[in-house]
Design a protein. Structure first.
Length: 757
């Protein structure tokens, strides 16, 4: 009760009206207020709830007074107590004071109990006495609401989060924006991660390409109007048609969505809103903050043919005048249209929930804030439990397009059976950082703490693990035509930053029809350029036209799209050129059948360029077509090859040109003696004449080593003869497309040759 400010009063006040687990006693003060004369004494007749309180003591609190009498009946819960001025030193008091305190042990938990201690009717009554004996009957106020809560609130931290670092660095922001790049998951009933029906299902709620990108298409159909729905859904309640998505957004966070408003909405009656459901610390629904657009007629709601459509943005509040003292009126508040408003563009609807307000904001498509409304009526909301995307069925069909649904970072879920809960969090990396600040690579612990109104606390932890990798969405195409596959190849990427530092990364990719694509993980960093090569088969290519950052990932394209960035095949020794040395590598493996697949651990050489599993004339075609082609330069202009074979002999650091002719002696001197088998015309030089000999049908002598033991012996002749007798295709050792006597001659002529270099 409110105490009159012009009358002497005596009130019972708790020194602490909310006791937590550390407090076992309730102390009640007998307070004198507004004495209009010198007060020299008082007598008080009280009762208390003996089931909840156990009397301990009553004590004078003002040094001007002494105890006159004290009687306590703990069975009935009654106290008679009187104080008197200590006339030897004082005549009493003429100012407000605490006359006495009464201490109780608290017997158990209770919530919001009023009048635990109260003035009871008595004759003579509770009163105070003026100096000189005059009686004053004061205004009396019983003990107000008191809570004894020894139980800590319940708190559950959100699920742990694991993600890769954002492209451009090694940290990551928690992003809860859905750009509608994937099909929209919908369902008839509530489920995690599902958009489920709210009120009545719209005709469509799906991903659709619109205005240059994938959007959320929300269709309202006249077939679902009030006149056409089943009888059980005939009321206007079901004209609001949308879908709901469960979230757990704490105070201090936002949610938002983009809405496209076409010019037709200026004259046709349309409506689209972003709703939310908010809850208090007892998990009771306390609000429906809504921000949206409508063009209905305020004087003719729901009529699609209304005379005066009025385009405007608006919010829904629990009290339109924001003054709960005169009662609450929940309704819409019109905001009008912002300065500079125009149609056929995107507008962002955003709501932020603070500890005490809902802040509604509207942004245009440049990110400029153009409207704001602060709603102070939240009824103690501490979290948002779901978002609802709604449109209204006026009886006409129309389409609504949404994009970039931001559901905000999840917060802890806290409740308390007895009082309100304040929820806070602290990051282990920096307590001053919020959930929207980037998280560093590694593991960051978020400690969520729930504190109830009485001071009890409990905590739970959540971890955010950021891997020190970035996502790279990449497509790679091999050139020229390769086998349809599928087959695996190890692609080595070089990621280059602004200081020209190079970070290599190799990844096995599966090629189908000559193309491999997907999202791979690369070491995190701030990169400006990327190259790619298959170190066993191709030259290096630099992506100068497509490498960029989209969202949180890098994007690169090594295909024929735009600049032709396909990986050119034929470079079998991973140097700078496709030249006679690659022909030598090819001849050394000609006729073999290695697996078409390679890994990043496959040891060179591997001359199956085409990916058909056989080293044959088809692989020679790559060398022939691309002869003398060389690596593309990196973004920094460097062309250094990856092996020392790219340098001129005796001139460290000086690049050689492509090799078109080299003696067998020089091959041996450079440790490349294996290539000598490509000297098909046996003139001691590996050059274009050997290429011509191959085209004329000459084949490398190593094919005569039928059993592949490194030397041509009688065993090879015998094995070949058995193949010929069995008409085995393997008998065509000279690769002339015929298994016959010429193959036997081919082996015999090379009897005794060794291939151990």
């Amino acid at each position: 009760r409110l105490l009159p400010d012009d009358q002497t009063s005596v009130s019972l006040d708790a020194l602490d009206s909310c006791l937590d687990a550390s407090e076992t006693q309730l102390v009640v003060a007998i307070d004198l207020a507004n004495p209009l004369a010198m007060i020299s004494g008082g007598q008080f007749f009280l009762d208390y709830d003996e089931t909840l309180l156990d009397f301990v003591s009553a004590d004078v609190a003002d040094s001007n007074f002494v105890e006159l009498f004290e009687t306590v009946n703990e069975t009935t819960g009654e106290i008679d107590y009187a104080v008197s001025a200590d006339f030897g030193s004082s005549n009493g008091t003429s100012v407000s004071t605490t006359l006495a305190t009464i201490t109780f042990n608290v017997l158990g938990d209770f919530c919001d109990e009023a009048a635990l201690v109260a003035f009871r009717p008595h004759s003579p009554p509770t009163r105070v006495t003026e100096f000189g004996g005059g009686e004053v009957l004061p205004y009396l106020a019983d003990l107000g609401v008191v809570t004894n809560d020894s139980l800590a609130p319940s708190v559950a931290a959100p699920a742990d989060i694991a993600l890769n670092a954002d492209a451009g660095g090694c940290d990551a922001e928690l992003s809860f924006v859905n750009p509608i790049d994937a099909p929209v998951p919908i369902g008839a009933t509530q489920a995690p991660g599902i958009w489920y029906v709210d009120r009545y299902a719209p005709a469509a709620f799906e991903q659709q390409f619109f205005d240059g990108d994938n959007r959320l298409h929300h269709e309202i159909s006249s077939a679902d109007s009030m006149a056409n729905r089943p009888a059980s859904f005939s009321s206007t309640f079901y004209n609001t048609q949308g879908r709901k998505y469960d979230v757990d957004i704490p105070t201090g966070q936002k949610w938002s969505i983009d809405l496209y408003i076409p010019s037709g909405w200026a004259t046709s009656v349309r409506r689209a809103d972003l709703w939310a459901t908010t809850r208090d610390s007892q998990d009771a629904i306390v609000g429906f903050p809504i921000l949206g657009y409508t063009s209905d007629d305020p004087n003719d709601l729901g009529n699609p043919g209304a005379a005066s459509p009025t385009p405007r943005f608006r919010v829904y509040t629990q009290d339109t005048d924001q003054e709960l003292g005169n009662g609450a009126t929940a309704d819409w508040v019109d905001l009008g249209l912002p300065v500079g408003f125009s149609y056929d563009r995107w507008w962002t609807l955003e709501t932020e929930m603070t500890d005490t307000t809902y802040v509604h904001r509207l942004y245009d498509d440049t990110g400029t804030q153009v409207l704001t409304y602060v709603d102070t009526i939240t009824y103690g909301a501490v979290r948002t439990s779901d978002l609802i995307v709604q449109a209204y069925n006026f009886g006409e069909s129309y389409d609504v397009y949404w994009d970039n649904v931001s559901t905000g970072p999840d917060g802890a879920f806290a409740t308390d059976d007895c009082s309100g809960v304040n929820l806070t969090y602290e990051r282990s990396d920096d307590p001053l950082l919020g959930l929207s600040d980037p998280f560093p690579s590694g593991v960051t612990t978020i400690t969520w703490t729930a504190t109830d109104d009485c001071g009890n606390t409990s905590s739970d932890t959540q971890t955010v693990s950021v891997a020190a990798v970035n996502d790279l969405a990449v497509a790679v195409e091999l050139s020229p035509t390769v086998d349809v596959g599928p087959f695996d190849r190890c692609i080595t990427f070089e990621l280059i930053d602004s200081s020209n530092a190079i970070t290599p990364h190799s990844e096995v990719m599966t090629f189908v029809g000559g193309v491999a694509s997907g999202t791979i993980e690369v070491p995190c960093g701030d990169y400006v350029c990327i190259t790619a090569r298959d170190s066993l088969h191709t030259l290096r290519t630099t992506d100068n036209d497509h490498f960029t950052v989209v969202g949180t990932q890098y994007v690169a394209d090594f295909t024929a799209t735009g600049d032709d960035d396909r990986l050119v095949g034929g470079n079998l020794n991973d140097d700078q050129y496709i030249d006679i040395l690659d022909f030598g590598v090819f001849i050394g493996q000609f006729g073999t059948t290695p697996s078409a697949d390679t890994t990043c651990a496959t040891i060179a050489p591997h001359a199956d360029i085409s990916g058909d599993g056989t080293v044959n004339a088809g692989d020679f075609g790559f060398i022939q077509i691309n002869f003398l082609e060389e690596h593309e330069m990196r973004c920094d202009g460097s062309v250094l090859p990856s092996t020392s074979e790219g340098y001129a002999i005796g001139r460290p650091g000086v690049l050689r040109g492509p090799v078109t002719s080299i003696s067998v002696d020089e091959l041996l001197g450079r440790g490349m003696g294996r290539l000598a088998t490509a000297d098909l015309n046996a003139d001691g030089i590996l050059d274009q004449f050997d290429v011509a000999a191959f085209l004329s049908g000459a084949r490398p002598a190593h094919l005569a080593d039928v059993d592949s033991d490194g030397v041509v012996t009688v065993a090879d002749v015998s094995l070949l003869a058995s193949w010929l007798d069995a008409s085995d295709p393997r008998a065509d050792v000279n690769a002339d497309a015929s298994a016959d006597f010429n193959d036997l001659v081919f082996v015999i002529e090379r009897f005794g040759m060794r291939f151990d270099f």
